[in-house]
Design a protein around this ligand. Structure first.
Ligand code: SF4
Ligand code: SF4
Length: 184
């Protein structure tokens, strides 16, 4: 089985779904676009529900406003979801992941740092939205700082990665993936 993510750059995944943004993504992407985080949220985002039922910010438009000529205009600093979601057109990969509950295998193997950043960011965003109705830099910054400090805490990161492996990976592959991410 080939685990390499093959992208034909058709732009379909960017046109057909509302992409989630975490608090970390909001600060990162708005800084790269030289926008104030609050202006960025007001212009591009709305509060919605993520795939696991958690509250999250979503791009308002179903077609992503950062897609230009079928390419991502913010590719270098695109949100963590775009770094950790398998191609919806890759049927072989989709069938395999469905059968073996390996939703995130490729990313666990090839870029666990993106996966962990995405999971921690999503968790922090859910907590933020449960406590705050409106995005404010001052309050959001605290959640961002807490999450970034957790991202530098190797024990915390390893515990979360092992939890993800237990939830998302078929038992047959757990030992192999855990060994690999421990080395990274
Ligand atoms: S990930 Fe898939 S759907 Fe998205 S641009 Fe690449 S080939 Fe198209
Ligand atoms: S940020 Fe880039 S990769 Fe992500 S949905 Fe938008 S255009 Fe696609």
């Amino acid at each position: 089985m080939d685990f390499i993510h093959r992208c034909d750059r058709c732009g379909e995944c960017c046109r057909s779904q509302k992409i989630p943004f975490t608090i970390l993504d909001i600060f990162d992407v708005s800084a790269h676009l030289s926008m104030k985080p609050r202006d960025f949220v007001e212009k591009y985002l709305e509060v919605g529900t993520g795939s696991d039922g958690e509250k999250i910010y979503l791009i308002k438009a179903t077609s992503c406003p950062f897609l230009e000529h079928d390419l991502c205009s913010i590719n270098e600093f695109k949100p963590s979801t775009c770094r950790t979601t398998p191609c919806p057109k890759n049927k072989e990969y989709a069938d395999f992941t469905k059968k073996y509950r390996l939703l995130t295998l490729e990313f666990l193997l090839n870029s666990p740092e993106d996966m962990i950043k995405h999971c921690m960011g999503a968790e922090c965003t859910g907590e933020y939205l449960a406590a705050h109705k409106k995005f404010k830099v001052k309050t959001a910054q605290k959640y961002r700082e807490k999450t970034e400090s957790e991202l530098h805490d190797r024990k915390h990161v390893m515990a979360l990665l092992e939890r993800i492996v237990m939830i998302a990976v078929h038992p047959e592959f757990r030992a192999m993936i855990t060994a690999k991410i421990r080395k990274s």
